[in-house]
Write a protein that binds this ligand. Structure first.
Ligand SMILES: [Zn+2]
Length: 354
């Protein structure tokens, strides 16, 4: 099959052996697969990402010296079954799955492993037990957004929002946008979102933000103080009984400390941004203000399934997030384009596209 192979920090299109489904596994044709910010990090920092996963018991098996076919945000179509399967769905059925394989020896990553090619190739193998049928009529590209949207859904669940909590979303890339959409479903608000890019601030509004802030124009934290220009929108925040819940969706060194020094008392900070460098914090301000710092990753199987359902029922407005589509030949260029946030949110790879 044709696939985009990550090799020595570059992406090349290669012909590689078709995956063979093992016991309990299915062979699928990849219909659409999103490019994730983590994929951009992996291309640049494969070694750090792999070492971090190994030292913390994660499932990513990234060896920078071996070829990897990335892609973990996919919708696919069943082609064939491996041994020991129940064959619950007919070939041709469209499915989504969490990007991992359930093996007797433990879970294995799909897309962040040299053994298990991901959705930047024409075919994959998936675990039959993790398959979710795409509800009738939902397009593969919308279904492929299940994975990234589940990330925000999980973060908002972990934030355990109370009715008096007010969310602030820092960074409106795909991760921040998925948080905004999940907050909207929860009925939390007003939702304040911050991003440097005009385009991303527009998308934040489409996903349900009540107010967007350009941080070069004014500090997002003014929203939490009296006399701030956001007062009209945020009158309820000025009630000291309400607590800020700040979602860090950027992953830049220094940002957690910046949030900690500007956050109001008793704020909760939920960190989704994947910072690949060593970072510094100044704990004193956090202690004085009794801040709560909480790191989150991924989602549960139930959260993943709920997200697919929410997309199919039109509760998550994912269509505006899809800003481009490429075949395997366009992936390397798409990675470059995604580094400039002015143009794109999610670029989908359709590996069979010529
Ligand atoms: Zn991802």
């Amino acid at each position: 099959m044709r696939a985009v192979v990550m090799r020595n920090n570059t992406l090349v299109v290669e012909s590689i052996p078709d995956p063979i489904p093992g016991p309990g596994e299915v062979l699928v044709k990849t219909l659409a697969c999103g490019i994730c910010g983590t994929d951009l990090h992996a291309l640049q920092f494969a070694g750090i990402l792999g070492a971090g996963s190994r030292s913390s018991g994660g499932v990513f098996a990234i060896d920078p010296n071996r070829d990897i076919v990335m892609g973990h945000e996919f919708c696919a179509e069943i082609l064939d079954y491996g041994p020991g399967t129940r064959k619950r769905f007919k070939p041709g059925t469209r499915v989504c799955s969490m990007p991992k394989l359930k093996r007797a020896t433990g879970d294995e990553a799909i897309g962040y492993s040299s053994e298990n090619p991901g959705g930047f190739g024409e075919m994959m193998r998936l675990s039959e037990s993790l398959l979710l049928e795409v509800p009738n009529g939902l397009s593969p590209e919308m279904a492929a957004l299940t994975e990234p949207m589940a990330v925000g859904y999980h973060a908002v669940a972990k934030a355990r929002l109370g009715w008096r909590d007010v969310p602030l979303v820092i960074g409106c890339g795909p991760v921040g946008l998925s948080v905004i959409a999940a907050l909207k479903i929860k009925g939390a608000g007003p939702i304040v979102a911050v991003d440097l890019s005009v385009r991303r601030r527009e998308l934040a509004i489409k996903m349900g933000a009540d107010m967007v802030i350009d941080p070069t124009d004014k500090s997002p934290y003014e929203a939490f103080g009296p006399g701030g220009p956001a007062r009209r929108f945020l009158a309820r925040i000025l009630n000291p009984a309400r607590h800020a819940v700040i979602f860090e969706c950027v992953g830049r060194p220094g940002l957690i400390d910046d949030i900690m020094s500007n956050a109001p008392r008793h704020a909760r900070i939920i960190v989704l941004g994947l910072c690949m460098e060593r970072d510094n914090i100044y704990p004193v301000s956090a202690i004085y203000k009794e801040l709560d710092l909480h790191f989150v990753l991924g989602y549960t199987g139930d959260e993943f399934a709920s997200t697919l359902r929410n997309i199919s029922r039109g509760k998550l407005p994912v269509q505006p997030l899809i800003t481009g589509k490429v075949g395997v030949g366009g992936v390397a260029e798409a990675f470059v384009e995604l580094r400039s946030p002015q143009h794109h949110a999610k670029i989908l790879v359709e590996p069979w596209r010529s």
